[in-house]
Design a protein around this ligand. Structure first.
Ligand code: SAH
Ligand code: CA
Length: 215
């Protein structure tokens, strides 16, 4: 499902700061060599993440779902001096490629790349976090949120990607709902009813839920 007219999208991209050579290279190599290249954040969402991070000026960011490193590099660019991004992915086949991109970004001293299951790794992380980007398996969004919410600083921002799930969240009466769609529906409803956060569902790309911890 296209959420926005393609010519409007092109216009938006034409009025968004250009991707640099490294981000273009990551996109090219992801498309050429990696399964499901649609998962990469890309130009518009990457710049949004970078600018949000620069506004937040975080000391500690957690990313759940590194993939080929695009979104992680965008966020690491907005870290406070001396700040750290911890980014987790379960797919170790991407490791060499991703480490190479992190090297090229010049930010390796600020990026802590962990391979493994985020459900097992997050409980070992002390936090606190000023920003978290949830972008791994949709079925576990709720669990990730439960694992991180008490590790967020007040004013900390949680971003969760793909919360419109290509429009599948609009279910008609009597229609069968698959597990991932149900997980996203439950996640969005849970955030909407959580008094610990104020939130907005941004209709950017595949939908980004932004929730700010109130206290
Ligand atoms: N954030 C990236 C895209 C992430 S794609 C970007 O915007 O460019 C989703 C990633 O989540 C995949 O690389 C997948 O390997 C990872 N993933 C899925 N289940 C996971 C789990 N349980 N723990 C850690 N990573 C997981
Ligand atoms: Ca995503």
């Amino acid at each position: 499902m296209e959420f926005i007219d393609p010519s409007l999208l092109t216009y938006c991209e034409d009025h968004t700061s250009k991707e640099d050579d490294l981000l273009m290279k990551i996109t090219r190599q992801t498309q050429a060599k990696i399964m499901m290249p649609r998962m990469i954040s890309g130009h518009l969402q990457g710049k949004m993440l970078e600018l949000f991070t620069k506004m937040q000026n975080p000391k500690a960011i957690l990313e759940i779902g590194t993939y080929t490193g695009y979104s992680g590099i965008c966020m690491a660019r907005g870290l406070r001096t001396g700040g750290k991004l911890i980014t987790i992915d379960i797919n170790d086949e991407l490791e060499t490629m991703v480490r190479g991109f992190f090297e090229e970004s010049g930010l390796t001293s600020q990026i802590d790349y962990r391979l493994g299951n985020a459900l097992e790794i997050i409980p070992t992380l002390p936090g606190p976090f000023d920003m978290v980007f949830i972008d791994a398996d949709k079925i576990n969004y709720r669990k990730y949120y439960d694992l991180i919410i008490d590790k967020m600083n007040s004013g900390g921002i949680i971003l969760a990607d793909n919360v419109l799930w290509s429009g599948k969240i609009l279910v008609e009466k009597g229609q069968k709902i698959d597990k991932d769609t149900q997980a996203i529906l439950d996640f969005n409803a849970m955030i909407q009813n959580d008094p610990r956060v104020e939130n907005i569902l941004l209709p950017i790309r595949d939908g980004v839920m932004m929730a700010r911890k109130i206290q």
